[in-house]
Design a protein around this ligand. Sequence first.
Ligand code: PRT
Length: 283
Amino acid sequence: MIKIAIQKSGRLYDDSVDLLKKCGLKIDNAKGQLKAKIKNYDAEVFFLRNSDIPQYLEDGVVDLAIIGENVVEEKQSKVTNLLKLGFSNCRLSIATPKSLVYDDITDLEGCKIATSYPNTLNKFLKEKGVNADLHIISGSVEIAPSIGLADAVCDLVSSGSTLFKNGLVEQEIILNSEAVIAANGKSLTTKSEQIEEILFRVNAVLKAEENRYILFNIPDDKIEVVSSILPVLKSPTVLPLLEEGWSSMHTVINQVDFWSVISKIKKEGAEGILVLPIENIIL
Ligand code: PRT
């Protein structure tokens, strides 16, 4: 039995459940439960607070967890980050009021900084040789300067709109973070097969999300030149159409290359281009 922790509610919840479902794991739960069985796999899912997950993982109560990298770093957890998942991206940054003159990090010497991330901030300031007074608060960090509680803040930023609304300017990025799968060290040995199986499925889902299946019609005399444009997994599938002199080409392309590839193959005479999402890619 493998035990997997995910956040019980909050920013990571929907994407975590969605990922497990795409991995073919049927979660038998209603929101609000502490744990649920996976109906079609020998596993259990624990619904926990994101900030508590590192401890459960470290203590071996759970084997695997989907968690924000920032929390693993802040809790200085002895867990192993196995895979970045590409969601809940954010950064931990220091921001100062617009009115404050800021040239570099030394301007924070002797300042009061409000944060919920004292360990990560302390480590950063120590590396930079800056002494500051940390004011630890658990929420609404961004209002601290306007109510006279601090000279600067250190908080998570994603769009930047919270900082903007509070008249703050992002000055230093301390850490870039996204959701990761992390594991308990002992479980990596005792449950290596089950963990590998979960990682194999997650990798297949992530790979599929990065790629699109495309098919289009192409004059036969353009097959070679179009093949050289396509960044294919192996080699494109080419099937003859009923209309003589035309074929249908099928392949998988990465989203990053997508628009440049489409415009190039269109120029070469591709018609009726269909683009489809992929559920899994097993290489
Ligand atoms: O209660 P629990 O311990 O479960 O969770 P939590 O308080 O950590 O929960 P939650 O759901 O707020 O965040 C979960 C995780 O989402 C965080 O640990 C990060 O890994 C990730 N994440 C991604 C974020 C953000 N983006 C984010 N923008 N977490 C918080 N924020 C907050 C930030 O603190 C600030 O208040 O959003 C505000 C800034 O957002 P922007 O878009 O205005 O810049």
